[in-house]
Design a protein around this ligand. Structure first.
Ligand code: NAD
Length: 365
C-alpha cells in the first residue's frame, strides 16, 4: 500500500476521447483530476475549463506536478509507448489508451521499466469492468452454459473516417481494425477463455487511400498502411477456440457481436466497446435476456488502478493483460502476413471478476 486519500490524476491528450474520461474522472471521489496536457495547449486549456480541472499546459509541465500519481495517456497509438515511458521516467503510474504499444518489444520494455521502478502500467479497454461484460463473466463462472468452448466475434464497419475528425491514425501502424478494435474483443475473449495459445489469420485491404469525412480536414486523403480486413482463428490454452472478424471495409455494418458457446448453452454478450447492454442466454431450446445498466463511461479502469495502488492489489486492466492482447494482435498480424499459424508466446491470468456491489461513486480512499 502506498499513499493515502484520493489519487491525483493528470491527462495527456485532450482529443476526441478525453471527454469520456473527463466526464467520469471528474465525478469520482477517489480520484482528483489536477491537470490536462496536450501538444496543443489551447485544446488542453479548453478541456480543463470545460470540466473544471484546475490546471493545463504542456506534458512536461504536467509531469512536474508532484501530486499527480497516475497519468492517463490519451495520445495517438504511434506515440503511446514514448509518452508512457516519459510518464514512468517522471516516477508516475500510467493508464494508457489502447494499444499498449505498436509492437511486443516496446510493450515489454515499458512493463519492465515500470516494474524496475515499482510503478504500474495499466491499459484500456476498461469496458469489461462495466455491468454488461461483468454479468457475462458471472454467468460463465456460475456454469450457466457449462464449459465455454467456442466463440464468434464480429466487428465489421465501413471505417471511422466517416465520423472522426482526424482519422489518419486509424489507418497507420498501430491502427487498422485489428489494433483499434481488437483490444475490446480480445480482452473479452481472454476474460472468457483465459490466455490464447496460437492464432491463424488472413487479411486484405480494399482501398489504398481513404477520405476524411467530417470536420476541418474533410476531403483530405489518408494513406492506408495496414490491412482493413482481418479474419482470425484463435486457440486458447484451455482448448477453446474463437473466430473473429475485424473489418473497416464492410458495406453492411455489424459490430459488437460476441457469441460464446458452451457445452450446455450459448451467451450473446453486449457490445464489448460498451459498458452495458442486453445479455442473451440460450439453453435447452429456451432463451432469456438480462438487461444491464452502468452509469459510467471510460475512466473506471483508472479508478480501479487508483484503488489498487492504495490497497496493494493488482489492477484488473493490467499491463500484463494488455501485453498479452498486444501479443495476440501481433501474432495475428504476423500470421496473416506469413500465411501460417503463429504461437502466442505470452500468457496471463484472467483478472478477477468485480464484486457485484462494486460502486465507482463510493468514496473509499
Ligand atoms: N475516439 C474514440 O472514439 C476512441 C475510443 C476509444 C479509444 N480511443 C483511443 O484513444 C486514443 C486517442 O484517441 P482520440 O480519438 O482522442 O484521438 P485524437 O486525435 O482526437 O486526440 C489525440 C490527442 O493527442 C495529442 N497528442 C498527440 N501526440 C501527443 C504527444 N506526443 N504529447 C501530447 N499530446 C499528444 C493530440 O494533439 C490530440 O489532441 C487513441 O489511442 C484511440 O485509439 C479513441
Amino acid at each position: 500500500m502506498t499513499g493515502t486519500g484520493p489519487v491525483g490524476v493528470g491527462l495527456i491528450g485532450a482529443g476526441n476521447i478525453s471527454d469520456q474520461y473527463l466526464t467520469t474522472l471528474t465525478a469520482l471521489p477517489d480520484v482528483r483530476v489536477l491537470f490536462v496536457a496536450d501538444l496543443d495547449e489551447a485544446r488542453a486549456a479548453a478541456q480543463a475549463e470545460k470540466y473544471g480541472v484546475p490546471a493545463s499546459g504542456s506534458p512536461d509541465q504536467l509531469l512536474a506536478v508532484p501530486e499527480i500519481e497516475i497519468v492517463v495517456n490519451l495520445t495517438i497509438p504511434a506515440v503511446h509507448a514514448d509518452v508512457s515511458r516519459a510518464i514512468i521516467d517522471a516516477g508516475k503510474n500510467v493508464w494508457s489508451e489502447k494499444p499498449l504499444a505498436l509492437d511486443r518489444d516496446s510493450g515489454k520494455a515499458l512493463l519492465e521499466e515500470a516494474k524496475r521502478r515499482g510503478l504500474r502500467v495499466a491499459c484500456a479497454p476498461d469496458t469489461f469492468l462495466g455491468t454488461g461484460l461483468q454479468t457475462v463473466r458471472r454467468l460463465l463462472d456460475a456454469g450457466e452454459i457449462g464449459t465455454p468452448l467456442t466463440a464468434l466475434t464480429l466487428f465489421e464497419s465501413g471505417g471511422p473516417e466517416r465520423w472522426h475528425p482526424s482519422p489518419a491514425f486509424f489507418y497507420a501502424r498501430g491502427g487498422g481494425p485489428l489494433f483499434d478494435m481488437g483490444p475490446y474483443y480480445l480482452t473479452t475473449l481472454v476474460q472468457v477463455f483465459g490466455p490464447a495459445k496460437s492464432v491463424y489469420a488472413l487479411s486484405s485491404t480494399s482501398h489504398q487511400t481513404r477520405t476524411v469525412g467530417s470536420g476541418p480536414l474533410a476531403g483530405q486523403t489518408i494513406s492506408v498502411e495496414v490491412p482493413s480486413f482481418v479474419g482470425a482463428m484463435i486457440e486458447f490454452e484451455s482448448g477453446a477456440s474463437a473466430q473473429s472478424i475485424f473489418s473497416f471495409q464492410s458495406h453492411r455494418p455489424r459490430v459488437g457481436v460476441v457469441e460464446i458457446a458452451g457445452s450446455e448453452g450459448l451467451i450473446v454478450a453486449p457490445d464489448p466497446n460498451m459498458f452495458k447492454g442486453t445479455v442473451e442466454i440460450h439453453s435447452d431450446g429456451e432463451s432469456r435476456t438480462v438487461e444491464t445498466e452502468f452509469e459510467w463511461v471510460r475512466g473506471v479502469g483508472v479508478l480501479d488502478l487508483a484503488r489498487a495502488i492504495r490497497s496493494g492489489e493488482t489492477e484488473r486492466a493490467s499491463g500484463a493483460l494488455a501485453y498479452h492482447v498486444l501479443d495476440i494482435m501481433s501474432s495475428i498480424a504476423e500470421s496473416a502476413e506469413k500465411g501460417r499459424p503463429v504461437p502466442v508466446a505470452s500468457t496471463v491470468e484472467r483478472p478477477p471478476a468485480l464484486p457485484e456491489d462494486w460502486n465507482p461513486a463510493e468514496a473509499t480512499l
